[in-house]
Design a protein around this ligand. Structure first.
Ligand code: KG4
Length: 336
């Protein structure tokens, strides 16, 4: 089954062709980062317009790279939620038109479910059940993946997503957008105990997280050092910051695995590329006797291969969109 997949939920236009959920025949990504860097963050209207410009040539390119023509496509999959609404709408409308024109089913895919599925591409042997730490620019959640399309959220951020926190701190430091990758690189060789930053705690569900306190503390530290004329040692600051994010996430993942008795842990989303988080998870999972799957770094960020992969499992579960499929800015992962 050849699925033509589309992803336009934020600042990457992506089109891919995936066979039987696991074999990526092509994966094309047109990043808009250069454009949004001028503004220090994603400008939603610019993102939508760039998707409109990029999606048709990128579709031709994805088919060309897959060595297929339009009549070889058996279904179309698309991210329909969550994301920047104008951006998601571009993909949904294009995919609807494509499915109509090709006379094939249209499969709606939840963006975060797609991120989880990136692990199936990196690790052909991985199958549910497992726990997945989903960490991206818009989501931070610990998800119990009981089946390919059966998921429940065990804990999630009460405020900012981890990626949002990375991006905001990097923006104030003036070191570029998106900030996660830059802070990650800077942190290598830095002293992670040079600056004391808080680890978010919340009342109620112990698996819930909070990043707004860390974000505020990091921003205050940057501003205060500027006001006092102190030089902020960037590698040390970046290492201390990455450590604080990791120490918020990793112990909760281990607790969630112990609570649910899951033996396998995976990670998903752009922040899953972070070296410190990957390293801490490897150590903690090793100590707890858990099998850890980390997606290839190139599959951590937004791409359409992950949407084609998850789309296959949604299709097997009978999820086909009706002609009135809409786009949604927010949507529960469990509802799909
Ligand atoms: O998954 P993604 O590409 O888009 C969303 O679905 O949100 O994630 C983007 C986020 C950005 O916040 C970016 O700063 C962060 O992932 N990110 C990282 C790293 N690479 C990307 N955060 C920490 N360390 C990294 N190496």
């Amino acid at each position: 089954m050849n699925i033509l997949a589309f992803e336009t939920s934020c600042d990457e236009t992506a089109v891919a062709v995936v066979r039987d959920g696991r074999t990526v025949l092509s994966s094309c990504v047109a990043s808009q980062i250069e454009m949004h860097t001028l503004y220090g963050g994603v400008v939603p209207e610019i993102a939508s317009r760039r998707h409109v410009e990029a999606i048709t040539p990128l579709t031709d390119e994805a088919l060309r790279q897959a060595g297929l023509c339009k009549r070889d496509i058996d279904a179309v999959a698309v991210t329909y939620a969550p994301g920047l609404i104008g951006a998601v709408l571009v993909g949904v409308n294009f995919a609807k038109g494509a499915a109509r024109a090709l006379g094939v089913p249209l499969i709606p895919v939840h963006h975060v479910r797609g991120h989880i599925a990136a692990n199936y591409i990196s690790h052909p042997e991985l199958k549910p059940p497992f726990l997945c730490l989903c960490v991206s620019g818009g989501t931070t959640a610990i998800v119990d993946v009981a089946g390919y399309t059966e998921m429940s959220v065990l804990g999630s951020t009460r405020d900012d997503a981890a990626g949002e926190c990375f991006d905001k701190v990097a923006r104030v430091l003036g070191i570029g957008y998106p900030g996660g990758g830059v802070l990650d690189k800077l942190s290598r060789g830095g002293d992670d105990s040079a600056y004391t930053l808080p680890i978010g705690q919340v009342q109620g569900n112990p698996l819930d997280l909070s990043f707004s306190g860390l974000k505020t503390a990091a921003l205050n530290l940057i501003h205060n050092s500027g006001q006092k004329g102190d030089v902020l040692r960037l590698p040390d600051f970046a290492a201390s910051f990455c450590r604080a994010v990791s120490e918020s996430l990793v112990p909760r993942v281990i607790s969630a695995a112990q609570q649910t008795r899951r033996q396998v842990v995976a990670v998903a989303g752009g922040v899953a590329a972070n070296s410190r988080i990957r390293q801490d998870l490897e150590i903690a999972c090793g100590q707890a006797g858990l099998r850890l799957y980390l997606p290839q770094r190139m599959l951590c960020g937004d791409n359409a291969a992950m949407i084609g992969c998850q789309g296959y499992y949604e299709w097997l579960a009978g999820k086909i969109a009706r002609a009135d499929l809409n786009a949604y800015a927010t949507r529960d992962i469990a509802a799909g």
